[in-house]
Design a protein around this ligand. Sequence first.
Ligand code: ATP
Ligand code: MG
Length: 256
Amino acid sequence: MLMSLIPKSHPRAKSLLIREKLVTGFDQGLVAKEGLLAHGRGEAFDYLLGEKTSKTAKLAIRAAAAQILLADLPVISVNGNIAALCPKEIVRLANTSRAKIEVNLFYANEKRKQNIIKILKKSGAKEILGTNRNLSTTLPGLDSARRIVDKNGIFAADVVIVPLEDGDRTMALRRAEKTVITFDLNPLSRTSQTANITIVDNVTRAIDLLTITCKKLSNKNKKTLEKIVHDFNNKKNLSDNIIEIRDNLTRRLHIA
Ligand code: ATP
Ligand code: MG
């Protein structure tokens, strides 16, 4: 790992450190140029959300954990940004929740895919799907490169965890009758609005919390888990996130 040039005392240190991870990931051939821009969009929403994990996000995390534990075949879809930001955390989540890991890129690029596989292996991943061309198949309703998925992974999954996903693909997953869980800082994005469970938080803050919650809920029975999922309302949760942004903005108004 490169030494960070950002002093801990910098008032925006945390945000800058995350940005630095992305830039390092770009230099290492993990992140697409477009991924850097997508991160910028996320950062802006993080600012508006107060750069913290809200109670609202925690509710979504709890529902997501219950949903993953109930799944027959949960699969985590990994792209360049996630590989650069939290590869170890992805492996930890997979191990705790017995979810499979699939590398699935929006901007298909074989070299970048290999780099992502390498970092996941280095982070302890044993099995990585999306790597064997003989097992690739297509998800209907999307144009060519973006619809390739693994027969034993996303294609067969009942629950798909897609951190930082594009709206078209989220919609295609829903049409394929997958239950979709996403991390997305923008409560207004098509992904946020289309997923079954949207965790509106920075994936770097929320992912370990999801793993811990999976561990905590793992001794609960099926009925309890089903109730947690049933009681969760994604539309309401998204509205609460928007209210949170509004309240944060109101607090910043200087009314004479
Ligand atoms: P959509 O296609 O769903 O309408 P979009 O086109 O606005 O969304 P994309 O570039 O397709 O955006 O997807 C990237 C999404 O990931 C953005 O909504 C952005 O807010 C979110 N994002 C970026 N970085 C992070 C992060 N670190 N944690 C959580 N979400 C993030
Ligand atoms: Mg998009």
